[in-house]
Unconditional design. Structure first.
Length: 94
């Protein structure tokens, strides 16, 4: 399988895990994608979003940085960075 096909198949698998709400599996797939394709914007964004959603803001910021360099005009990127830099919000539910 060539690199483009490999990347496409792995992203499809990652998205299927996300759609099925199997977030741990999605983490693993997207992390493995970045090991092979560190400059892939979509994989960086998706993994950063997963970390942001799990309140690991520091790692999310680190993953958004390559996107800033590779695709600085990416829609929504600045807002994502602001959320990640603001840190986790305390749980105020009673």
């Amino acid at each position: 399988m060539n690199r483009d096909a490999d990347l496409r198949v792995r992203k499809m698998l990652g998205r299927s895990h996300l759609n099925a709400r199997r977030f741990e599996d999605a983490f693993g797939i997207y992390a493995s994608i970045l090991q092979s394709y560190p400059d892939d914007v979509e994989a960086n964004l998706t993994l950063a979003d997963l970390y942001l959603a799990s309140n690991n803001h520091r790692v999310a910021v680190q993953l958004y940085r390559p996107v800033q360099e590779l695709d600085p005009d990416r829609q929504g990127l600045q807002r994502r960075l602001e959320l990640a830099r603001s840190g986790p919000k305390p749980d105020l539910t009673w």
